[in-house]
Write a protein that binds this ligand. Structure first.
Ligand code: SF4
Length: 92
């Protein structure tokens, strides 16, 4: 499992991420977001979008590398982090 975070305050809407990983999509306000249908869990706030995925880490890392303002973080996580907020999925 790994978590992808988009820092919405750093994102400049350049969309280099979209062509590296199709789980990145154009969201409201011309900023990148993550496809909730592709994620195990997803949470949005005013400052960031976080989503947990089980597969395809390499594509997410390519998107992070391609992002000019370094708005994307990819990190390993445990299978479930109790208390983690989520609009899709969630820990039980
Ligand atoms: S490449 Fe980075 S700055 Fe551009 S839309 Fe994606 S997250 Fe935002």
């Amino acid at each position: 499992m790994f978590r992808v975070t988009i820092d919405r305050q750093a994102c400049a809407g350049i969309f280099a991420c979209l062509v590296r990983d199709d789980r990145f999509v154009e969201g409201a306000e011309g900023l990148a977001t993550l496809d909730p249908e592709a994620a195990e869990r997803l949470h949005r706030s005013d400052t960031e979008v976080t989503a947990v995925f089980a597969e395809g880490r390499e594509r997410a890392e390519q998107a992070a590398t391609a992002c000019p303002p370094d708005a994307i973080t990819v990190e390993d996580i445990d299978a479930c982090e109790p208390g983690e907020p989520a609009e899709v999925g969630g820990c039980r």
